[in-house]
Design a protein around this ligand. Structure first.
Ligand code: ASP
Length: 319
């Protein structure tokens, strides 16, 4: 995975004429060859895994997304997702994840413990249960029934970080870009269908029981195969109160480009909350293969792949 500090700046060319009326003041960006995969942060490895799956089998859209997201969940060096994710204030790692498909089906797990691939459990909730969200012990019980193994998610690094934090034990969500590594991935395959997923261990040293935006459909992720898809990272509490990804998709439906829709959704947050101390990053794609992203603070990056290339893009920001 690329270090996000060493990302390449990508200056996309204006390609093609968007079919949707754009309300943006900036040029829209369009992929040159599909599939189009975009992920929060510099998750280039996850994108490449999804890309390779789709190039082999374009219709296996959810498999591609799941495998891409699994790679981040299994990476001990990513301290905000899956194995190696930072614990809550009791020292326990708890995971939130969701997945949504082109038909509007969705599955989600919240407050899941001891299972690395939370997004895969979310997919099982979607496919093998009559529900959308399973939480806590119920989610774990369901996962065990589905054949998932339980394991300790703490690594030496996250255990040591927790022991150090415990000495002062002050909870303060960091606006710092390095503290948000949640992966949200949204994809348009060659056939033109959209799907997405999101996975996180949430904010480090959170109160036990806390659930963020990432597993909540319409907050951390939203997909409407007629219009577009969006996913979020950052301070879950404001994303939750703003239904940000649902809003982004609805703004695209009204004619906003992905960039413009993300920006407008952040401006709605700005109207109500003091945004100086918080970060939210939003990314979106639409049915025409246009994509974009916007953040509150500078420093947010997102990874974009098409059939041939993978780039890390420095997001625009409203501050
Ligand atoms: N949105 C995630 C949460 O609030 C955190 C993040 O994106 O870093 O749980």
């Amino acid at each position: 995975m690329l270090n996000r500090r060493k990302f390449n700046k990508y200056f996309p060319a204006l390609l093609g004429t968007p079919l949707l009326l754009s309300c943006d003041d900036k040029p829209t960006v369009q992929s040159t060859s599909e599939p189009l995969i975009i992920s929060t942060w510099a998750n280039t490895n996850a994108n490449t895994i999804a890309q390779q799956h789709l190039l082999k089998n374009d219709s296996a859209l959810l498999d591609a997304i799941e495998k891409g997201v699994n790679s981040v969940e299994e990476d001990p060096n990513d301290t905000s997702v899956g194995y190696g994710g930072m614990p809550d204030n009791s020292g326990e790692v708890t995971l939130d994840a969701c997945i949504m498909d082109k038909n509007g089906n969705a599955g989600s797990v919240t407050y899941l413990k001891n299972i690395i691939n939370a997004v895969s459990v979310a997919r099982k909730v979607m496919d093998n249960s009559p529900h959308v969200i399973l939480s806590g012990e119920g989610a774990n019980r369901f996962a065990r029934e589905q054949g998932f193994e339980e394991t300790d998610l703490l690594t030496d690094v996250s255990r040591t970080a927790y022991e150090k934090w415990k000495k002062k034990a002050i909870y303060k969500p960091e606006i710092n870009i390095e503290r948000h590594d949640t992966i949200g991935m949204i994809v348009k395959n060659k056939s033109g269908d959209l799907s997405g997923a999101c996975s996180t261990s949430g904010l480090q040293f959170k109160t036990p029981g806390r659930v963020g935006d990432s597993p909540i459909i319409g907050s951390g992720l939203y997909v409407d195969n007629e219009v577009g898809a969006a996913t979020a990272t950052g301070l879950g509490e404001v994303i939750l109160k703003s239904c940000s990804t649902f809003l982004v998709v609805e703004l695209m439906r009204q004619g906003h480009s992905p960039d413009s829709a993300c920006k407008e959704a952040l401006l709605r947050i700005k109207k109500k909350y003091d945004i100086n101390d918080l970060q939210v990053g939003l990314i979106a794609i639409n049915k025409n293969g246009e994509y974009g992203g916007y953040a509150i603070q500078p420093g947010f990056v997102y990874a974009v792949s098409d059939a041939e290339t993978t780039q890390v893009i420095d997001s625009k920001s409203i501050l």
